[in-house]
Design a protein around this ligand. Structure first.
Ligand code: ADP
Length: 233
């Protein structure tokens, strides 16, 4: 799947707008947050503590969205480090494990080959963000499966020619053709509180690393994301 020029333009425009206004929106949000916290004891007295909780959660959600917008506008030149992808994946499993457990989901890691043969030259923060994005999407997709089955995410790493292949496979709800076609569109989301930015930004990050992304999916069966990153020299 190739990201089109139009999709790229969308991201670039989004970047400019968000850099311009994010700051202006964050400041008032911060003061609203502060004042709600001051009001909290009064709400508690009225038996309406729930309101404070909702307001704070919604402010935090707005902040998250702004953060993602800002991320999409960040200068795209990666700060590269030579690392073994295996170490990075181990860290991601650690980060995602508690969330996965809460959702009754198992994360497995499998590596083919020597950790030291799977070295890449990448911006660690950016690539971590990409894989975490995809793992989080997998967790969401598993949660939406109605029929009861144990959720499972496999992270499989191997060598493929001059590339390291990272497969993130889930047994979640899968995607139909229409969804697959729009997957990397900025703002495309099927989630109630999604931003639709995760995958479009992820795609751009991998392309900036001279890598590419493939997706296989089947409705009700699950989805595999395959990330290819060039081996470090
Ligand atoms: P968001 O997560 O905010 O919706 P993304 O760009 O990360 O934005 O994902 C876009 C859409 O792609 C999701 O709303 C979902 O419909 C679909 N999607 C992504 N990953 C998966 C997956 N592993 N299984 C099923 N659908 C997925």
């Amino acid at each position: 799947i190739e990201q089109t020029a139009l999709q790229n333009d969308k991201l670039a425009i989004l970047g400019r707008i968000s850099a311009g206004i994010a700051h202006e929106i964050r400041n008032p949000l911060t003061s609203i947050r502060g004042f709600i916290q001051l009001l909290r004891p009064f709400l508690v007295q009225l038996g309406k503590e729930e309101y404070a909780r909702i307001i704070l959660a919604e402010i935090d959600r707005a902040n998250d969205i702004i953060y993602e917008f800002l991320n999409s506008s960040k200068p795209s030149a990666p700060m590269k480090q030579n690392i073994s992808i295996v170490d990075l994946i181990k860290e991601i499993v650690l980060l995602a494990d508690s969330e996965a457990l809460m959702r009754n989901c198992q994360i497995n890691m499998e590596t083919f080959g020597n950790s030291d043969d799977l070295r890449v030259s990448v911006d660690v923060k950016q690539v971590k963000q990409v894989i975490l994005n995809i793992v989080k999407n997998a967790l969401d997709a598993i949660e939406e499966v109605k029929e009861h089955r144990r959720g499972c995410i496999d992270l499989v790493t191997r060598l493929d020619g001059r590339y390291v292949e990272i497969m993130i496979r889930d047994n979640g709800k899968g995607m139909d053709r229409a969804t697959l076609n729009r997957l990397f569109d900025p703002f495309f989301t099927t989630k109630e509180s999604g931003t639709g930015l995760g995958l479009s930004v992820s795609y751009r990050i991998i392309r900036n690393h001279n890598g590419f992304v493939r997706v296989d999916s089947e409705v009700d069966m699950g989805t595999s994301f395959l990330i290819y990153l060039p081996l470090a020299d």
